[in-house]
Design a protein around this ligand. Structure first.
Ligand code: BDP
Length: 624
């Protein structure tokens, strides 16, 4: 029986997770070239998806191995062509482009960085394997110097495999259909238990950037507030070796004026009369104030300069409140998806700008990165525009005991390493979510989630850690380890469908029960109803815009009774409609959006705008 699973065995090389993963930024010592654009592409349609490896496609121009098509990078490849086979393809696809590097780069450290590719990636430069990475939503990179042709053209070949297995995040299984009366020999499908299309390809930018040979490899910033002082604890890790290093660290305010200085690699600096980072809507002063930590590292090998943005704020959880800068924060917002027509999950600046304009229009103060880490360009906007973030790992669809093995746990811990390493300095990130709706009613879940949550707390003791739960309040093995309870509720949709009159009673009963078990605050991280834009019926009926409005209003009435007590957030599922796999319960995707996939508002968006603006008016009066 041919199998495509064994191909993962080829991937265990040079997994690039050990060093820092600072976002590439221009400076007087660093240059960046994006090598995005139209690349050459072909999917390996051979029965085992293994022809590319057997015939070593990476040793020659891809067009010499067979027919290639143009493929944009960044983008998912799924919706680009008219070919259903490519949209639903499972296995290895191959990309290729060429690049040159300036001669003066010979003196520099040259790094090749993928901001993300989904799911498993192998990379060759001039036929030589240089990098591999397992996981779909986080950056990976490698120093390239020894593989580069500085005097000529460099060929970059990339193979990406979207196959999900019980130990990937999200997990999946390849299911072989054995009944040869009904299926051709070797027929297989990919089973998944999450509700979004498994878009694949090179999803974010591919960059070449330089640093000096002795360089700033990682920066960690932790802030606190004492009176009017901002406390900045920082540590800097250098890469390369040198024994005559000096370092100058400065905090620059938003106008670029130095407000604190140090010459130590690790230490504490004080910002007098600090401007705090507040989420949008919490302060009448300009919110989301961002500082810069400017680091200058000098040695006989040269100088490196890096500017790391950060904000000064604190996050705390009491038994009833979520506090930002010691003031109660009510998270009224939306979980999202990185999803759009044509590009799938490919990075799209126009879409990012539009979505933030819609978030502001709505009066949202927070998002959840359901169900995977979003692009760094999106996270930058959250920092800069004051949208608080529940930063979620790709731990979605963990619904079987087969997902609790050692390989799964080890990978989940590694993903948390990569995610915290990438997002640790972002003021917008206020909560880490390690998973969405996992199976937690079996004993195996206890060790697994205790380990992942404790590991994340060790990586970052300054932020609350949680996972998003779908279970009821009557006993599970994992919610006891979370700092803040995040629950998804679908009364009058997946249960008692159509009965909006039951919503208030059921929400109140459910939350009060949770409170009996856990003395921590609650955020409702999902509640929603599928709604086909333009479909109307009065009295309301499921799938109509009227039903969505009525449904959400009933939840709001229940939330209002608990808002001042222990409910610290409400998030409608979902910001916008998004694509899912083909299924009889989905009408070309999930339609629970406030906005269509083209970002036009449904009636419900106006309801939420009114509600969020009025909550914001209440909250803003607290802080001046
Ligand atoms: C929740 C999931 C989310 C789904 C949503 C739904 O967390 O991913 O899209 O249900 O069914 O259970 O719409």
């Amino acid at each position: 029986m041919p199998t495509i699973i064994f191909l993962f065995a080829l991937l265990i090389i040079n997994n690039a997770a050990a060093s820092g993963m600072l976002y590439p930024r221009f400076s007087e010592t660093r240059t960046i070239i994006e090598i995005n654009g139209m690349w050459k592409f072909r999917a390996d349609m051979s029965p085992t998806r293994n022809e590319g490896f057997l015939k070593k496609w990476y040793t020659q121009p891809l067009s010499q191995t067979g027919d290639v098509i143009p493929m944009p990078v960044p983008a998912s490849y799924n919706d680009i062509t008219q070919d259903r086979k490519l949209r639903d393809f499972i296995g290895w696809v191959w990309y290729e482009t060429e690049f040159f590097v300036p001669v003066e780069w010979q003196q520099k450290r040259v790094v090749l960085r993928f901001d993300s590719a989904h799911y498993n990636t192998m990379v060759w430069v001039n036929s030589k394997e240089v990098l591999s990475h397992v996981g779909g939503h986080l950056p990976f990179e490698v120093q390239l110097n020894s593989s580069l042709d500085i005097n000529g053209v460099n060929r970059l070949t990339v193979a990406v495999n979207n196959t999900l297995t019980p130990s990937t995040l999200p997990p999946g299984t390849i299911h072989y259909m054995k009944d040869t009366n009904r299926y051709p020999a070797g027929y297989f499908v990919q089973d998944i238990s999450f509700d979004f299309f498994n878009y694949a390809g090179i999803h974010r930018s591919v960059k070449l950037y330089t640093t000096p040979i002795f360089f700033i490899d990682d920066i960690t910033i932790v802030t606190d507030v004492k009176g009017s002082d901002g406390i900045v604890d920082y540590s800097i890790i250098g890469g390369g070796s040198s024994n005559d290093t000096t370092i100058v660290v400065e905090v620059l305010d938003a106008d670029g004026i130095p407000v604190a200085t140090s010459i130590k690699q690790n230490g504490q600096m004080i910002i007098r009369n600090v401007n705090l980072w507040w989420p949008f809507g919490m302060s009448k002063k300009p919110t989301a104030y961002m500082y810069t930590l400017k680091v200058v590292l000098k040695s006989s090998a040269g100088r490196d300069v890096y500017r790391q943005p950060f904000g000064v704020r604190t996050v705390k959880v009491t038994s009833t409140q979520l506090l930002i800068n010691n003031k109660p924060f009510y998270c009224h917002g939306v979980p999202k998806h990185e999803d759009s027509d044509i590009r799938g999950k490919g990075l799209d600046y126009a879409l990012i700008a539009k979505d933030f304009n819609l978030l502001k229009w709505l009066g949202a103060t927070c998002i959840r990165t359901s169900h995977y880490p979003y692009a760094e360009e999106i996270m930058d906007q959250c920092d800069q525009q004051g949208i608080a973030v529940i930063d979620e790992s790709p731990g979605v669809g963990i619904t079987s005991v087969h997902n609790f093995g050692n390989a799964s746990l080890t990978h989940h811990l590694e993903v948390m390493n990569e995610m915290v390493r990438r997002d640790k300095n972002r003021p917008a990130v206020i909560i880490w979510s390690v998973a969405n709706e996992p199976l937690v009613t079996v004993p195996q879940a206890e060790h697994y989630f205790k380990s992942v949550i404790m590991h994340t707390k060790n990586l970052d003791p300054t932020r609350p850690v949680t996972f998003v739960a779908a279970v009821g309040p009557n006993g599970d093995y994992a919610t006891k380890y979370v700092d803040i309870l995040c629950i998804n509720r679908y009364f009058a949709w997946y249960s008692d469908c159509g009965h909006t009159e039951l919503i208030q009673k059921q929400v109140e009963y459910d939350m009060n029960k949770w409170r009996e078990h856990h003395n921590i605050p609650i955020i409702v991280t999902e509640y929603g109803a599928d709604t086909v834009a333009g479909l109307h019926q009065s009295p309301s009926f499921v799938f109509t815009e009227e039903y969505q409005v009525e449904f959400l209003s009933e939840y709001h009435a229940a939330f209002d009774k608990m808002r001042k007590k222990f409910l610290v957030g409400e998030m409608v599922w979902n910001f916008a409609d998004f694509m899912t796999k083909e299924d009889i319960t989905r009408v070309v995707g999930n339609r629970k959006g406030l906005f269509t996939r083209q970002r036009q508002p449904k009636m419900s968006a106006h309801l939420l705008k009114k509600r969020y603006e009025s909550i914001m008016n209440e909250t803003i009066s607290v802080i001046h």
